[in-house]
Design a protein around this ligand. Structure first.
Ligand code: MN
Ligand code: MN
Length: 281
């Protein structure tokens, strides 16, 4: 299993290298997302969640839309968050890039991850992560985003307890052998808090409910069988006409058959940087 996990992790970071190569000004983020998802499959893994591409003050849970219009421009701070798996063993990684410019914030968040990962060892307290991060950023103008954290990963379960805060805390949880942990750090020059927007384009199976609408029934079955109850993108359902798709997704959300991931935005409209890696102890 350790060998298999290493190979999935290698695939994820290979895809991230390719992300760095294709990110450029004047590119639509739909082109980037589709390229990277295809790349995951070509390299022999499955997609654990849609490639998230979050620009500037958007912190998390945004992926390209069906009719995406956002074109990257010089100076954009772009978070690429990639999830892949084999047999439900998920690797969840993220890195931030700045289009055609150097960005100090990215260097700092990368350093935080570099130092934080040294404490990910069996028996260490997970609270050490927050101490390491806060020590690094204390002389900068950056804040930790307090309501986004690292997390443990279960088989087919992306976000499992305990969560791993990036601020000083008194959690008594320790890193345990045979577990997978994502160390995931978000920093900002804004308020240090994200809020949910009213928009979502990532969804996930929650439960089967009775629905008469045939498209809704088909979507629910895809969410269960094809997407394996992992998060999926609205744009992966291109076979349905947009109006029927939207109507059906709403029906499934209202009936609690699906859950949604609202796009998360920095509360003070600050720029957000992210760095994430996954470790199998
Ligand atoms: Mn992630
Ligand atoms: Mn994560």
């Amino acid at each position: 299993m350790i060998e298999e996990y290493k190979s999935i992790k290698n695939i994820a970071w290979k895809v991230m290298e390719n992300a760095e190569k294709v990110l450029d000004e004047k590119k639509n983020i739909l082109e980037i997302a589709e390229f990277l998802e295809k790349n995951i499959l070509e390299l022999g893994a499955e997609i654990a969640f849609p490639v998230n591409i979050c620009v500037n003050h958007i912190a998390a849970h945004y992926t390209a839309d069906i009719n995406e219009t956002y074109i990257l421009k010089k100076g954009d701070v772009v978070k690429i968050d990639i999830g892949c798996h084999i047999n439900g063993f998920i690797v969840d990684i993220a890195k931030t890039f700045c289009i055609k410019e150097n960005n100090e914030m990215i260097k700092i968040v990368d350093k935080c991850l570099e130092e934080a990962k040294k404490v990910v060892k069996e028996g260490n307290k997970i609270s050490e992560v927050g101490y390491v991060v806060e020590e690094i950023i204390k002389d900068t103008n950056l804040k930790v985003i307090r309501n986004l954290t690292g997390h443990r990963i279960d088989k087919f379960g992306l976000h499992a307890k305990p969560s791993i805060p990036n601020y000083k805390n008194f959690s008594s949880e320790v890193f345990e052998k045979d577990n997978i942990y994502a160390i995931e750090i978000f920093l900002t020059n804004g308020n240090g808090w994200v809020k949910e927007s009213t928009y979502s384009n990532i969804f996930q199976f929650n439960k089967y409910v009775g629905v008469r609408n045939e498209t809704a029934r088909k979507i629910l079955e895809l969410a269960d069988k094809k997407f394996k109850r992992l998060p999926f993108a609205k744009r992966w359902l291109k076979e349905f006409s947009l109006s029927v798709l939207e109507f059906s997704l709403n029906e499934l959300l209202n009936k609690n058959a699906l859950k949604k991931y609202p796009v998360l935005i920095e509360d003070g409209n600050g720029i957000v940087v992210q760095a994430e890696d996954t470790f199998f102890i």
